[in-house]
Design a protein around this ligand. Structure first.
Ligand SMILES: CC(C)(COP(=O)(O)OP(=O)(O)OC[C@H]1O[C@@H](n2cnc3c(N)ncnc32)[C@H](O)[C@@H]1OP(=O)(O)O)[C@@H](O)C(=O)NCCC(=O)NCCS
Length: 179
């Protein structure tokens, strides 16, 4: 488990070349390092401040960690950051729980959506979970998050449950992917 907490970066993973019509560099996904924490927290704040419509306030607040809180989140969870031109544009965590990989806290900067950022983050997390001998990964997402549901289904996850009024009175959808 020590490897999960290791702050140094693994070699970057360049994914698909950017679409020619977009003036963007290649996307790089790496494990998060300590110096990334402020940028990661700023991204969570940006994403969830833009998504507040109708969401319970305590839930929205709980997804915007301070740097100190995020450092605590990192205990036992391996986080990946996606970068374009050095800018953090997406984050995803993966925790090993009871031998399975649990995907947590996925966000992509609204300015960089539908550019396969989440796809690249999930590929890195699934690869890491597989190398950690997890037989499957699972994720939970508010049922109202249609983009997340579409993403998981698009990437071959199966829906495996629905928890009614589970999180601040919100239905939570469960997804799983065998490795
Ligand atoms: C859900 C989220 C992470 C998706 O990130 P993304 O980088 O835009 O996703 P990708 O570009 O990798 O999408 C891959 C595929 O997923 C599906 N998908 C993603 N977003 C979608 C949307 N808004 N509507 C429909 N399908 C969508 C599509 O099939 C897409 O492929 P396509 O663009 O070729 O059609 C992003 O919308 C987000 O951060 N949302 C707010 C936070 C959130 O809901 N987090 C998840 C909590 S579990």
């Amino acid at each position: 488990m020590a490897e999960e907490h290791r702050p140094e970066r693994e070699p970057g993973r360049a994914v698909a070349a950017p679409p020619s019509e977009k003036p963007t560099s290649a996307l790089v996904v790496e494990r998060i390092a300590a110096q990334d924490v402020p940028a990661v927290c700023a991204l969570y704040k940006k994403v969830w401040e833009a998504e507040t419509t109708g969401l319970p306030a305590p839930l929205v607040k709980s997804w915007q960690p301070t740097p100190l809180e995020f450092t605590s989140w990192m205990e036992g969870v391996t986080y990946f950051a996606a970068r374009r031109d050095g800018r953090v544009v997406g984050v995803l965590g993966c925790a090993l729980e009871d031998g399975s990989g649990h995907l947590v806290h996925l966000v992509v900067d609204p300015e960089f959506r539908r550019q396969k950022v989440a796809t690249a983050l999930l590929a890195a997390a699934l690869d890491w979970a597989k190398r950690s001998n997890a037989p499957e990964v699972w994720a939970d997402s508010l049922a109202r998050f249609s983009a997340a549901s579409a993403l998981f289904r698009h990437l071959g996850f199966a829906t495996c449950g629905l928890l009614h009024k589970h999180q601040w009175n919100e239905d939570v959808q469960l997804f799983e992917h065998l490795l």
